[in-house]
Design a binder for this molecule. Structure first.
Ligand code: NAP
Length: 233
């Protein structure tokens, strides 16, 4: 099997030399274990803070160990009666081609839904989708008629939050994203009412004010401080 390990802590943008590709013997499941052959692994922004050495909201990743991430795949060997070979699962598998699992912790069986690709289980149907769902529903306490502004709106969390708000009766949903292509996707495919390219907008605050003359009820922010400061009047 192959895995990507952290070779050195990142400074600034991650570069190829921060990582190392290793080949290891394929692990065999013991009693109560099964092996997942990963089809997809996620590369999430949340992982970045763990690549720099210091602890953040989660502990730093140890050097020489595989990078954590969510995976979706198919069980290809099993010593567990509830998890037979051929079962499709999502799990915390890491940046590896295979992982051993016991059925405990973050793992579940993938429901075969026509038209839904396997990758959706680490995207809109996975943790990013759940983050959007609980963020817009429970944290922001969305109610029909709310005007909603979303940053990093073309990412999996932002795009899902905006689409949920539209589906639940938002009066208006506007996304902020970093390219014209992403903005086009937001309005033409994801159903946002409008999108603003924060890299080319001459005055982001004014562009937002023009979209929301009566103000915003919910700011669903995915980016943080500097971006929020550019948006507040
Ligand atoms: N994914 C999860 O499971 C999960 C769970 C909990 C919390 N979260 C948090 O939710 C947020 C969104 O997660 P996501 O997975 O959907 O990732 P995401 O929004 O796709 O994040 C990456 C995008 O952020 C934008 N970005 C990066 N730096 C920026 C900057 N300085 N100013 C403005 N935009 C910037 C870029 O998009 P542009 O091209 O548009 O600039 C980039 O493509 C993150 O803060 C993440 O940590 C994620």
């Amino acid at each position: 099997m192959q895995q990507i390990v952290l070779a050195q802590y990142c400074e600034g943008a991650p570069k190829p030399s921060d990582f190392r590709l290793e080949t290891q013997p394929l692990p065999e499941p013991k009693d109560g274990q099964f092996r997942v052959a990963h089809v997809w692994c996620s590369v999430d922004p949340g992982t970045r803070s763990r690549l720099s050495g210091g602890d953040s909201y989660a502990a730093a990743l140890p050097l020489g160990k595989p990078i954590d991430g969510f995976s979706v795949g198919v069980i290809d060997a099993s010593n567990h009666p509830d998890w037979p070979v051929g079962t499709k699962v999502f799990c915390a598998g890491g940046w590896k081609t295979h992982s051993l699992q016991s059925g405990k912790g973050f793992i579940g069986k993938v429901a075969d839904v026509p038209g839904v690709p396997l990758s959706a289980w680490i995207g809109v149907l996975g943790v990013p989708g759940l983050t959007a769902w609980f963020g817009i529903k429970d944290v922001a306490r969305f109610k029909a008629g709310d005007a909603v502004l979303v940053t990093s709106a073309a990412g999996p969390v932002g795009a899902t939050a905006g689409q949920l708000a539209k589906a639940w009766g938002a009066s208006k949903v506007v996304g902020v994203a970093g390219s014209d292509e992403k903005c086009r996707w937001l309005t033409e495919t994801a159903g946002f009412d409008a999108a603003i390219n924060y890299k080319t907008a001459a005055d982001l605050t004014a562009a937002i004010a023009a979209e929301f003359p009566k103000g915003v009820d919910i700011l669903f922010d995915n980016v943080g401080n500097a971006m929020v400061n550019r948006m507040l009047p």
